[in-house]
Design a binder for this molecule. Structure first.
Ligand SMILES: Nc1ncnc2c1ncn2[C@@H]1O[C@H](COP(=O)(O)OP(=O)(O)OP(=O)(O)O)[C@@H](O)[C@H]1O
Ligand SMILES: [Mg+2]
Length: 275
């Protein structure tokens, strides 16, 4: 499968699926064609990116009993829940890539939400064309960082010949101390922190709405952290020239921020943009 492959890796519970869905949404918002694949038995990766719309069984699935689930989500993103074993099952993964609905989609970015446990073995999902970028998601907890450290070990083996570190995503941080912990770990290991995502109650809110932050809290500071991460990922692939706003667009933009700031300052909610 062509496209830029991003493998979202991290210790269980660290926020992999949250990061995958929100990065996917932020990339889709830039106009990129995004495919998100979750390989989790609970099939809990793609729900938020699909905006809570019903995931349906992939039609005409000829491989195995349990067909992957799919939905079209935020800004046209294609969301797939492949289920547990598919990442390592060459025939199943090949059947997924060759499926008409997936093959015709021609994604620019393919996000894989896969597990990595400190003591487990790790394999790249099979059937990726070119070099895959690994986004290592971690909190500032020792266990989570230890898992990333294990991943760095794997990145130095021959099995990782087609993978490179896209960066460390420091997630769920509660303050500068935690930021310093992850950044110091990255400094020590020669890695770079690509994104710092703060702990935010808005992540829970969007989770309860079964949406990404881009949909449910478009102006939240944590949403901007995802937009920034998406921009970094896009710029790694292509460089685009900036676009000038025309007068009308500039006026709308200005009025929108006037509303947001007024809501925040006065506590009077009109459109809810400032929440
Ligand atoms: N930045 C954040 N701020 C607040 N809560 C967060 C943040 N990131 C993740 N969470 C919450 O942490 C919990 C775990 O996140 P998530 O399900 O994405 O983790 P995971 O690594 O995919 O877990 P699993 O191993 O179960 O697949 C969720 O309830 C999510 O809403
Ligand atoms: Mg998950």
């Amino acid at each position: 499968m062509a496209g830029q492959h991003l493998i979202i890796v991290g210790k269980s519970g660290v926020g992999r699926s949250t990061v995958a869905a929100n990065v996917g949404a932020a990339l889709a918002e830039t106009g990129r064609r995004v495919l998100l694949i979750g390989y989790d038995n609970h099939r809990s990766s793609a729900g938020n990116l699909s905006g809570g719309s019903e995931l349906k069984a992939l039609p005409l699935w000829g491989h195995g009993e349990e067909p992957p689930l799919y939905a079209h989500g935020y800004r046209g993103a294609l969301c797939l829940e492949a289920g547990g074993g598919v990442a390592e099952d060459e025939a199943a993964q090949a059947a997924l890539w060759a499926h008409p609905l997936v093959a015709a989609f021609q994604p620019e970015f393919v996000l894989h939400d896969v597990a990595w446990e400190p003591c487990g073995t790790f394999r790249l999902p099979v059937g990726i064309d070119g070099v895959a970028s690994i986004l290592a998601v971690t909190s500032a907890d020792r266990c989570a960082l230890q898992a990333v450290n294990g991943l760095f070990g794997w990145l130095n083996t021959v099995a990782a010949a087609n993978a490179r570190l896209g960066g460390v995503v420091a997630n769920n941080l509660t303050g500068p101390l935690q930021e310093a912990i992850v950044s110091d770990f990255a400094g020590q290991t020669g890695a770079s922190v690509t994104a710092t995502i703060p702990h935010s109650i808005m992540v829970s809110v969007s989770d309860f709405y079964s949406q990404t932050l881009l949909e449910s809290a478009p102006f939240s500071h944590v949403t901007y952290a995802y937009r920034k991460l998406a921009k970094t990922l896009v710029e790694a692939a292509t460089q685009r020239r900036p676009r000038q706003l025309d007068d009308e667009a500039m006026r709308k933009w200005s009025a929108k921020w006037g509303d947001i700031i007024a809501e925040l300052e006065t506590g009077v909610v009109n459109g809810g943009l400032g929440i």
